[in-house]
Ligand binder design. Structure first.
Ligand code: NDP
Length: 589
C-alpha cells in the first residue's frame, strides 16, 4: 500500500507547484466580483481615531469585536470587503454548503447569543444568519465599514498609532490593529491552458451565480434542466455541491484530478431534549473535548462522536516503545481507516471503473477529509459522468468545452471548484502591505521567514495582532483557535488602554524563544499533509519548502497545547516578552 501511495503521489507532482494557480486578477478580475450586492454602493469617507481597527468581518473579526466588547473596549472599527458579516459564510453560498465540523462546536458564541443550530451540521444560510445574530448581539454593525478594502497601513512614530487608508477614502488612526483576514479567503483558478478562451458561462464556487443557475442556497437550481455543466475540482466544496448539480443539470461532467476521501455524514436534526438538558459552559467543554480527541488525546467520552473523531478512535500511541513504533502504529491505523473509505466507494458506486477512480490512495490527513452521504451515489445517476484525469488535471479548455485525454467534453457552464490561495505566506495574500517602524514593510521583513511571539505579535510592528496560522495554533475546528486569539488580543488591548500603555511590542529575545518552541514541536509532533503526501494545499502542492518557508510553520498538531500556552501567559500580570511603553517611558519588558 505504501508503494501504491507513492505512485499516486508521483503521478501528481508537478514542477510548477503552487504557481499552477491563477489569482482572480487582470482578465480574471470579474470572477472576484461580489454577486450578492447591487453595484454602485457609495458612502462618505471617514476621518477618525479609534482604539482598535479590525481587518476582516468573518468569524475572526466578529469574535475579536465580541471579545473586545466583553473586555470593555468599545472604540473599534471593522473593515470588511463583503456587504455584511460572515467572511467565508458570506461568500460561500454554493448549493449544499454546510459546515463540516459539528455546528454545536463550530458556530461561535452559541451560549452568549442564546442560539441552538437546527441540525448537527448547519447549512450555510443558517450559519450566515448566525453571523448576523452575532453582529446584532454584540452591536458590531455600528462598527462596520462594509464593501471597504484597506489600502495602506503605516505606523506613525509621532502619534504612536497606525494610520490606515481604504479604497473608500477613509483615514483612520488606530492605536491597535487586529488582522483577521482569514486563512483561505482568496479564490484561485486552475492555470489550465485556454482557460481565458472559454465562451460559455463560468464562475468560481465562492461567487455562485444563481442568476444563471436559478434557485437559491435553499431551493433547487431551476435553470439547469437544459444545460451541460462541468465542474473542475473534487475537494470539500465540490463534494457538497455535486449532489445538487447532479440533481438539476441536464448533464454533469465532474473533472477530477485527485479523489477526496468521503466518510459518513449522518446529519440529524437537533434533539430538543438534549439541547434543553445542557448546562452553562457546555459549548466550551464540548469544543475542548473535540479538539483534544482530534489532537490525539484520548478522552473518557467522545461528545461529538462523528466522522472526524472516528479518524482518531482506537489509536493509542501511549503504548508505543519508540517514536518509530508510534509512527508505524499510526500508519497501520491510517491504512485501516482509508481502506474503509475505499470500501465505502465500492459499496455505494455501481459502475466498477467509476468506483475505482473515486478511491483515494493517500493518508487520511493529506487532504481535508470530507463527509457526505449523497456525493458518491450521485455518480449512479445517468446524467452524471466522472471524467478522471488520473492525477494529471484537465488538459485544456476550449471556447466550448473541456479537454481530457484528447477528448473534448462540451459544456454550457463551467464551475471552478478550484479552492483558495493558502495563507501560509500570509503577507503576500493580504492585499496591502503593513509598514511598521521606519516604514519597513512586513512583506520585506518576513521575506527570510517571520519572527513572532505566539504568532500574534512581531517586533517592529507595535500594537499589531495577527490572527494567522503562522507560528500559531492550528485546529480542525479552526474557530476554536480564532476565539482564543480573540480573547488573547482583547485581554492585552484592554489592559494597555486601561493602563495608558501606548506601545506594546515583543522583544527580540521573546521571538527567539518562541521560535525555539515551534522548532522543538516541529521535530517531535505529527503535522498535516507531510512531505510524503499527495500534493495539495496542505503541503504546499508537494513542493519542498526552503528554510524561510519553514518559519511559516504552525505550532503543530496539538490545538489545546497552543491554547494552554496563551492561557498560562495571560494568567501572569507581567506580559512576559512584550515591551510596554506608556507616554514615552518604557514601563516594563
Ligand atoms: P480545494 O483546494 O480543496 O480543492 C480544489 C480542487 O481543484 C482539488 O480537487 C484539485 O485537485 C482541483 N484542481 C485544481 N487544479 C486542477 C486541474 N488543473 N484540473 C483538475 N482539477 C484541478 O478547494 P475547496 O474549495 O474544495 O476546499 C478548500 C477548503 O475550504 C477545504 O479544504 C476546507 O478547509 C474548506 N471547506 C470547508 C467546508 C466546510 O466546512 N463545510 C466546505 C468546503 C470547503 P487536487 O486535489 O489534485 O489538487
Amino acid at each position: 500500500m505504501k508503494e501504491k501511495y507513492r505512485q499516486e503521489r508521483e503521478k501528481r507532482l508537478r514542477a510548477d507547484g503552487t504557481a499552477q494557480y491563477l489569482p482572480l486578477q487582470g482578465v480574471f478580475a470579474d470572477f472576484d466580483k461580489d454577486p450578492y450586492v447591487e453595484p454602485g454602493f457609495t458612502r462618505p469617507a471617514l476621518t477618525e481615531r479609534t482604539d482598535v481597527l479590525i481587518v476582516g468581518g468573518g468569524f475572526g473579526g466578529m469574535l475579536a469585536g465580541a471579545r473586545l466588547r466583553q473586555a470593555g473596549v468599545d472604540s473599534f472599527r471593522i473593515v470588511e470587503k463583503g456587504s455584511d458579516f460572515g467572511g467565508t459564510w458570506y461568500w460561500n453560498r454554493y448549493p449544499g454548503a454546510a459546515c463540516d465540523v459539528e455546528s454545536y462546536i463550530y458556530l461561535p458564541l452559541l451560549e452568549e447569543t442564546g442560539y441552538m443550530p437546527r441540525e448537527k451540521y448547519a447549512k450555510a444560510p443558517e450559519i450566515f444568519a448566525h453571523c448576523q445574530r452575532i453582529g446584532r448581539h454584540f452591536d458590531l454593525y455600528k462598527a462596520a465599514l462594509f464593501q471597504t478594502l484597506v489600502r495602506t497601513m503605516d505606523w506613525d512614530e509621532g502619534t504612536r498609532r497606525w494610520n490606515i487608508t481604504t479604497d473608500r477614502g477613509d483615514l483612520i488612526a488606530a492605536r491597535f490593529v487586529i488582522i483577521a483576514g482569514g486563512i483561505l479567503h482568496k479564490a484561485k483558478l486552475p492555470g489550465i491552458p485556454g482557460i481565458e478562451t472559454f465562451q460559455g458561462h463560468c464562475f468560481h464556487t465562492s461567487r455562485w451565480d444563481y442568476a444563471y443557475t436559478g434557485g437559491s442556497p435553499t431551493s433547487p437550481m431551476t435553470k439547469l434542466g437544459d444545460k451541460r455543466v462541468g465542474i473542475i475540482g473534487t475537494g470539500a466544496t465540490s463534494v457538497q455541491a455535486i449532489p445538487h448539480l447532479g440533481a438539476t443539470a441536464r448533464q454533469l461532467y465532474v473533472f477530477q484530478r485527485t479523489p477526496s476521501g468521503v466518510g459518513v455524514r449522518a446529519n440529524q436534526p437537533t434533539d430538543e431534549a438534549w439541547a434543553k438538558s445542557l448546562q452553562p459552559g457546555w459549548q466550551q467543554e464540548r469544543i475542548r473535548n473535540f479538539s483534544a480527541i482530534v489532537s490525539g488525546r484520548q478522552q473518557p467520552v467522545d461528545m461529538v462522536n462523528d466522522g472526524w473523531t472516528y479518524i482518531f478512535q482506537g489509536l493509542d500511541l501511549t503504548q508505543a516503545r519508540s517514536a518509530e513504533e508510534a509512527a508505524e502504529l499510526a500508519q497501520l491505523s491510517d491504512f485501516r481507516k482509508m481502506e474503509e473509505i475505499r470500501a465505502r466507494v465500492g459499496a455505494l458506486v455501481k459502475d466498477a471503473a467509476t468506483a475505482e477512480a473515486l478511491k483515494p490512495y493517500y493518508n487520511q490527513m493529506c487532504k481535508r477529509p470530507c463527509f457526505h452521504d449523497e456525493y458518491l451515489p450521485t455518480f449512479n445517476r445517468p446524467n452524471v459522468q466522472l471524467v478522471d484525469t488520473e492525477g494529471k488535471g484537465v488538459e485544456r479548455i476550449t471556447p466550448t468545452g473541456v479537454v481530457v485525454n484528447g477528448r473534448e467534453y462540451p459544456v454550457d457552464c463551467l464551475v471552478y471548484a478550484s479552492g483558495f490561495e493558502v495563507a501560509g505566506e500570509f503577507t503576500q495574500k493580504l492585499g496591502f502591505d503593513i509598514r511598521g517602524r521606519g516604514g519597513r514593510s512586513l512583506r520585506d521583513a518576513w521575506a527570510q521567514g517571520p519572527a513572532t511571539l505566539h504568532g500574534m505579535h512581531s517586533r517592529g510592528y507595535p500594537n499589531l495582532m495577527l490572527f494567522t496560522t503562522t507560528q500559531s495554533g492550528w485546529a480542525i475546528n479552526f474557530v476554536h483557535i480564532l476565539d482564543e486569539q480573540s480573547q488573547h488580543a482583547a485581554h492585552i488591548i484592554a489592559r494597555c488602554l486601561k493602563q495608558g500603555v501606548e506601545v506594546s511590542e515583543p522583544s527580540e529575545q521573546a521571538q527567539q524563544q518562541w521560535w525555539d518552541v515551534i522548532l522543538g514541536r516541529l521535530k517531535t509532533s505529527a503535522t498535516f499533509g507531510g512531505a510524503d503526501c499527495t500534493p495539495g494545499y496542505y503541503n504546499n502542492e508537494g513542493m519542498k519548502a526552503g528554510p524561510e518557508m519553514m518559519k511559516f510553520a504552525t505550532f503543530g498538531g496539538d490545538t489545546l497545547a497552543f491554547i494552554d500556552v496563551l492561557r498560562e501567559w495571560r494568567k501572569g500580570e507581567e506580559f512576559v516578552g512584550l515591551e510596554l511603553t506608556r507616554g514615552g517611558a518604557e514601563v516594563q519588558s
